[in-house]
Design a protein around this ligand. Structure first.
Ligand code: C2E
Ligand code: CA
Ligand code: CA
Length: 571
């Protein structure tokens, strides 16, 4: 627990010295003022006023026994009988041997004899009493992360807040370290290696915090939180910190990202500070080199915008501000492309912001559970549309809906989907389900179970954004699915870059191995479409055929398909 005190170096704790003899208390104060903020009181009553006015802030009380008004014994008794105050350690000043025993019996933490010993001794006794008192509070909570020895998240926040109170909210910076693609590190090199990486980062961060003062914790599997005294030059220091950690790990394949919320003097609670650091960190999500980012005005306005969207969501559902658009998918295996299904994509027509794209709000809603409501709404609207086209136009067109990674954990998922089918009298084959590949890799077993159950009920599953989730070939063969949907970033450059084209070829071969059709999305040009056709891609979705359209406009595509004498078959 010695490190606990070291961590706190540079941060001031407050000590109350209670003595009626001015010279004596000044002498003591001088010995301690380098390490602590010293407050004085001339008698027990004055002291009690000070103590009661700010319980949080005192780390220790040094108490003379003989004083007018309320003496040391009386004050000690008052402190010990107050459940709030009793956590503050008290050191008693005494000249008589006899009273020492009495004081210890009454709950004093220690005593200092007059005349005073050498200042070092006094400082050591004071520090040790504070340390013991704080540790006894701390020890009750299982405060440490076993793997790294750093604090765990709960304790980190609790202690950080106490630290803030003790330091009169002196400026602090919030820093988040996140290991890039940590799951893949575990997957490729094994868990022990992953643990080793985390330990190394933990140790290096620990050393850093020992130097600067402050606190550190491992907040979840691969993220570290660091709360340190504000440094206006942090951006200049971070590269050094980065190379220190990188050197300690000694593996260029491991990279991490750092997000910082630098103290700007505005009062924001500690949790929120770390949310902001996280936001900054998230900006680096798709970069794979080590880098850092600060929370800034731009992120702040984004944050406000996000809050606004979250607040407006319920009302938006009520007022039907969400609309479902449809983008066609064409089967290109025959001579002419054949309309085979459509993807339902949600749009938000916000009264103030106009059309907001799902790229903006889906991940927001995933973070706080709102996605559950929105997805049900979209699925139901999509199903209603399938039914409407069947009834009104006599055309059976299956529609695929996006199933969020969050939905996978919902035990009522299958039941809710079934209710939707029943409500609109559809079969499971008419409502295709798109699930992003990264949901598969994030939680393999859960998703295998969920998807297997859905398939047993007749649902067809399309693995979305294939190529972004880093599935190994080995994983893929055990992942249940009915189609592979290549992520559009692989399609973008196939006409210009032979390497990209070859990569798509490999992915199509993987689909052959898994015996599922391949869907390419984001196809914008005739050239891309021909190239894809040439290497055996089955289905195409993209601006080349059509942008996502409101249902009414989409009907033109249905009518065209009907004229061409084609009708979609239920798969
Ligand atoms: P996604 O599922 O990968 O959907 C494909 C995205 O690519 C859509 O963006 C679509 O409009 C766009 N796109 C289609 N063809 C082209 C093209 O040729 N070129 C380019 N550049 N883009 C094309 P959108 O509609 O903005 O949706 C973004 C993402 O939001 C979707 O990605 C999906 O992950 C999510 N999403 C959309 N609607 C829903 C929903 O109802 N529920 C859930 N959970 N997620 C949704
Ligand atoms: Ca999709
Ligand atoms: Ca996609």
């Amino acid at each position: 627990m010695k490190e606990l005190l070291e961590r706190k170096q540079g941060l001031h704790r407050s000590i109350l010295i209670v003595d009626d003899e001015i010279i004596e208390r000044e002498m003591l104060g001088v010995m301690l003022q380098d390490l602590f903020e010293v407050i004085y009181a001339g008698n027990g009553l004055q002291a009690l006023d000070i103590i009661r006015s700010g319980v949080q802030k005192l780390s220790l009380i040094v108490l003379d026994l003989h004083m007018p008004e309320l003496d040391g014994y009386g004050l000690l008794k008052a402190i010990r009988s107050d459940s709030e105050l009793r956590r503050i350690p008290v050191i008693v000043l005494t000249a008589e041997k006899d009273s020492e025993v009495e004081c210890l019996r009454m709950g004093a933490a220690d005593f200092i004899t007059k005349p005073y010993d050498a200042p070092e001794i006094i400082r050591a006794r004071v520090s040790r009493s504070i340390e013991l008192a704080e540790d006894s509070v701390i020890i009750h909570q299982t405060e440490r992360d076993e793997l790294t020895g750093l604090f765990n998240r709960e304790f980190f926040f609790e202690y950080g807040k106490r630290l803030d109170a003790q330091n009169n909210h002196s400026p602090m910076d919030a820093v988040v370290f996140d290991v890039n693609r940590f799951r893949i590190v575990n997957e490729l090199y094994g868990r022990p290696y992953g643990d080793h990486v985390l330990q190394t980062i933990g140790t290096t961060i620990h050393k850093l915090v020992q130097k600067t003062g402050g606190l550190a914790c491992r907040s979840d599997s691969n993220a570290f939180f660091v709360y340190i005294p504000h440094n206006p030059d942090l951006s200049k220091r971070l590269p050094g910190v980065i190379s220190q950690i990188q050197e300690a790990i000694g593996d260029p394949n491991i990279s991490f990202r750092i997000g910082v919320d630098s103290d700007d003097g505005k009062p924001v609670c500690m949790e929120h500070r770390f949310d902001r650091a996280r936001l900054a960190c998230r900006k680096l999500r798709n970069t794979y080199a080590t880098n850092f980012e600060f929370y800034d005005a731009e992120l702040h306005s984004k944050e406000l915008f996000a809050e606004r969207l979250i607040n407006d969501m319920d009302k938006a559902l009520e007022e039907q501000q969400f609309q479902v658009y449809f983008q066609p998918k064409y089967d290109i295996t025959g001579d002419t492309p054949r309309l085979t299904s459509a993807e339902a994509l949600v749009r938000w027509f916000h009264p103030e912001y106009g059309m907001v794209s799902p790229g903006v709000f889906i991940s927001l809603f995933e973070d706080n559970g709102l996605i559950h409501k929105l997805d049900r709404y979209v699925w139901d609207a999509a199903a209603a549309q399938v039914r409407d086209w069947r009834d009104r136009l006599g055309f059976r067109l299956p529609v695929s809906v996006n199933v969020s990674r969050v939905d996978i954990f919902d035990p009522t998922l299958a039941r809710e989907l079934d209710e939707i089918l029943q409500r609109h009298d559809l079969t499971a084959a008419e409502l295709l389900l798109e699930i992003t590949e990264s949901a598969y890799t994030e939680n393999s077993q859960q998703i295998i179970d969920t998807v297997s159950a859905l398939r047993a009920l007749g649902y067809k599953i399309e693995m979305d954004d294939f190529g972004c989730g880093y599935s190994s070939l080995n994983m893929l063969t055990s992942m249940p699915m009915d189609a592979l949907k290549l992520d559009m970033k692989f399609i973008r450059n196939i006409a210009k870059n032979p390497k990209d084209y070859r990569l798509v070829g490999i992915m199509i071969e993987i689909a052959r191995l898994l015996e599922v059709p391949v869907i390419a999305e984001g196809v914008e040009t005739a050239e891309q479409m021909e190239l894809l056709k040439a290497i055996g891609c089955d289905i195409i979705q993209g601006y080349y055929f059509s942008k996502p359209l409101p249902a009414a406009e989409f009907e033109a595509l249905i009518e065209k398909a009907q004229k061409e004498g084609e009708n979609a078959h239920i798969g």
